[in-house]
Write a protein that binds this ligand. Structure first.
Ligand code: NDP
Length: 429
C-alpha cells in the first residue's frame, strides 16, 4: 500500500474520485467505498431503535484529514462536521509536523471512573478506612457484578475513598471511586453495572444512606498526551520570520492560560477537530466535551489546554497537549452506525487506545492551525474563503450556481449574505 502522504490534490477531486483513490490505496474496501458513496442515512429500523420519538434523520458531511503521522504511522482521519475550514486547517497543520516525524503520544493508563456517593455516616474517617482495608473484597464483588469484562482481561483495577466537605467545611459525603479497565469499550454501561453490584454491599458496611452510584466523565485516569515539533523555518510568512511567528504562538498559548475569555475559544478551536473525529467514530461527543472542559479547569481556573514553547537548541516550536479521553472502538451506538465502522476502516485501527492517541494529535494540530492563523494573517481570510459555498447556499444557490457564486465571493474584499444574494440575482438574469 502506498503511503497516505502520497495523496495529493485530494480536495480538487470529485467525491467519486476521492473514494476510488482511497480504495486503490487500500484504505477502504470496495464495499465500504460503495457504502460511503451511497450513504443515505441509517436504516429505518436502526434509526427508530437508537432514540425515542424518531421522526427523521439529520445528516452531516463526512470528510478526511490528510498528512498525519502519529507514532510513526501515516494515518487518514475521518471527520464529521458542518463547519467549513476545519478539515483543511487540520490537514494543513499536520503537514508542518511531518519533517520531524509527526506526532508522538503517550497513554500511561486508560481506566474508566465510577463513583458511589454515601451520606449520613456516623464516622467518615472510619468509613474511609474501612473501604481502603477491604479493597480485595470490593474487587471480588466487582468481578461477580461483571464477569465478562474480567474474562476479557479488564475489570476493577483500583479504588479510593474521599470524604467530601460541604461549604461549611463539614464532612457531608463519603465517595468511593472505582477505576475500571474497560478494554475496547468506553465503558459507561460496564461501570454502571459494576457499581450496581458493589454499592448495596458497601452501603451495608458503611451503614449509610446512598445518594447515587454513577459513571464519572471526569476521566483523569485516562490521560493521553501528544506532542509535535515544528522547525522555525516552516513558520515564516511573507511579513514575519519563523522565530517571530513561533514566539507569537507561544504567547498565544500562554495568554490562553490567563484569560478565560480567550481560553474558551482556544479550546473550542481544538474541539472543532476532536468532536469531528469523535462523531465520525460513533463515540459520545457529550462525554468527551464534558470531560475535556472540566480538565481545562483542573487548576481552579479555566485554561487553554495546549502548551507551545520554543526549543532553542533545535530551533523548533514544540507543542504539547494532554487530554482525558476515554473512547470506545465498540459498544454504545458504534456497532449500530455503519459509517462509524467505515471510519475505523479508514483509520486502519480498531483499537480504542490508538484512537485516543490520534484524536489528541488532531486536537493539537487544530489548535496550531487556529493560533498560527490568528497571530499572522488572522482567521477570517482562510475561513471566509471556505465559508463562501455556505453563503452561496444560504442565498439560495443550487447545483452549479453554488461554485459559481462562491468563486465570485472569494474575489471580493468582503463577503456576506447580501452580496451573495445580489450576485445570485445577477447570475440568474
Ligand atoms: P456497551 O454497553 O455497549 O458495552 C460494551 C460491551 O461490549 C461490553 O459489555 C462487552 O460485553 C462487549 N465487548 C465485546 N468485546 C469487548 C472488548 N474487547 N472490550 C470491552 N467490551 C467488549 O457500551 P459501554 O459500556 O461502552 O457504554 C457506552 C455507551 O453508554 C455510550 O453509548 C454512551 O453514550 C452511554 N452512556 C454514557 C454515559 C455517560 O457518559 N455519562 C452514561 C450512560 C450511558 P460482554 O463482555 O458482556 O460481551
Amino acid at each position: 500500500m502506498e503511503k497516505a502522504s502520497s495523496i495529493s490534490k485530494f480536495y480538487q477531486k470529485s467525491r467519486e474520485e476521492r473514494l476510488a483513490l482511497l480504495t486503490e490505496r487500500a484504505f477502504l474496501s470496495e464495499e465500504t467505498a460503495k457504502l460511503l458513496f451511497n450513504a443515505k442515512g441509517l436504516s429505518e429500523e436502526v434509526a427508530n431503535h437508537l432514540i425515542e420519538n424518531q421522526i427523521s434523520q439529520f445528516t452531516l458531511p463526512m470528510g478526511v484529514a490528510l498528512n498525519f503521522i502519529v507514532d510513526g504511522e501515516e494515518c487518514l482521519i475521518p471527520m464529521v462536521t458542518e463547519e467549513p475550514s476545519v478539515i483543511a486547517a487540520c490537514s494543513n497543520a499536520a503537514r508542518f509536523t511531518r519533517a520531524t516525524g509527526g506526532f508522538k503520544t503517550s497513554f500511561p493508563e486508560r481506566l474508566q471512573t465510577g463513583q458511589m456517593i454515601f451520606y449520613n455516616l456516623e464516622d467518615f474517617s472510619e468509613g474511609k478506612r474501612l473501604i481502603e482495608q477491604r479493597i480485595d473484597e470490593i474487587k471480588q464483588l466487582a468481578q461477580l457484578a461483571h464477569p465478562s469484562i474480567v474474562a476479557r482481561g479488564g475489570g476493577l483495577v483500583d479504588l479510593k475513598a474521599h470524604i467530601i466537605y460541604n461549604e461549611k467545611d463539614q464532612a457531608e459525603y463519603l465517595t468511593v471511586y472505582l477505576f475500571v479497565d474497560v478494554k475496547e469499550a468506553m465503558g459507561a454501561n460496564i461501570v454502571n453495572t459494576i457499581l450496581e453490584g458493589v454499592t448495596p454491599v458497601i452501603q451495608e458496611w458503611l451503614r449509610a444512606e446512598k445518594l447515587m452510584s454513577i459513571l464519572s466523565n471526569y476521566n483523569d485516569r485516562a490521560l493521553v498526551s501528544s506532542s509535535c515539533s515544528i522547525p522555525f523555518n516552516q513558520l515564516a510568512t511573507k511579513e514575519l520570520s519563523g522565530d517571530v511567528v513561533a514566539e507569537k504562538i507561544v504567547k498565544a498559548s500562554h495568554y490562553a492560560k490567563l484569560d478565560p475569555y480567550r481560553a474558551v475559544t482556544h479550546n473550542k478551536g481544538m474541539m472543532n477537530g476532536i468532536d469531528a473525529v469523535v462523531m465520525a467514530t460513533g463515540n459520545d461527543t457529550r462525554a468527551i466535551e464534558a470531560g475535556i472542559h472540566a480538565y481545562a479547569a483542573k487548576d481552579g481556573r479555566y485554561q487553554g489546554l495546549t502548551n507551545w514553547y520554543i526549543d532553542s537548541k533545535s530551533n523548533c516550536l514544540i507543542g504539547e497537549l494532554t487530554l482525558p479521553l476515554l473512547l470506545g472502538s465498540l459498544g454504545g451506538a458504534i456497532n449500530a452506525l455503519p459509517l462509524a465502522k467505515a471510519s475505523q476502516e479508514l483509520l486502519q485501527t480498531h483499537d480504542a487506545e490508538i484512537l485516543g492517541r490520534i484524536i489528541c494529535s488532531v486536537g493539537l494540530a487544530q489548535n496550531f492551525a487556529a493560533i498560527r492563523a490568528l497571530v499572522t494573517e488572522g482567521i477570517q481570510k482562510g475561513h471566509m474563503s471556505l465559508h463562501a459555498s455556505a453563503l452561496a447556499i444560504h442565498a439560495g444557490a443550487v447545483g452549479d450556481e453554488i461554485e459559481a457564486i462562491a468563486s465570485q465571493l472569494r474575489l471580493l474584499e468582503r463577503m456576506n449574505l447580501k452580496t451573495a444574494s445580489d450576485l445570485l440575482t445577477v447570475y440568474r438574469q
